[in-house]
Design a protein around this ligand. Sequence first.
Ligand code: SIN
Length: 285
Amino acid sequence: MSYKTLEARSLSGGLGAEIYGTNLKDHGNAELWDELQRALLEFKVIAVRGQSLSPIEQRDAARLFGEPNYYPFAQGLPDIPQMTLVVKEPHDRRNFGNGWHSDTPYLAEPPAITTLYAVETPARGGDTLFTNMQMAYEELSTGLRQLINGVTGVFSASLKYRPGGNRQEHHAKIKSMPVTNTENADRYESRHPIVRTHPQTGDKALYCSMAHTLHFEHMTERESQPIIKMLYEHAATPEFTCRLRWEPGTMTFWDNRCTMHNAINDYHGARREMRRLTVRPEKPV
Ligand code: SIN
């Protein structure tokens, strides 16, 4: 695909691109926004380099992709309650977003798109991995695809199967983030297809993770978990992934309908600060 208003450089053969030559404050440039939307569909993750955005400017750019929605387990900024800070201080050992996942699938209408803006980044480490869940689906055998097509997953915020403790224990250790409401995590549960169809491209993608999928409908957790684990490990196949190196002023958009991501926790002793805003709540189909 070719673009007139921006330069897109692929991050890997699997997915992802860096975007150069754009200014996300240029709201009047309809062609730019059309091309950014097209680039997001083409690459599934776009890292727009060289921006300088206040929280309001980030929100205004994100809004061009859809209406903001809330993250239930962290306090938002006073003037933009849907926007949360993702911070790890030098003394912290845990980070937010570690382990492969798509954002908040335990909501009835999870956000189609997440925006993450880098304020401060470590000199080394703190990268984010992404994986292409459309590719992960397409690379399954026809037999397994037939088996899981039409299966409904039960998605929970409890983090019951996440190594290292449930949400309350896990978030209590993420000391520098304004965590809230984790005692109610078990109440956040939704049912969605584990093979979902992208509403804009019509492509199918795997929608399932060890972090959030408790079990399949009409199957026990004991029966479901080995299959969920296998799908999860398959999704992390290196050929489906890319690795994003952050720098201050990078604003990344990713499509939760066809990707998972994993924030690497390899920068103890350094500080990382990001601003996160999700948009376009949408029921998976
Ligand atoms: C997240 O999972 O939303 C955070 C990702 C990151 O900090 O890289």
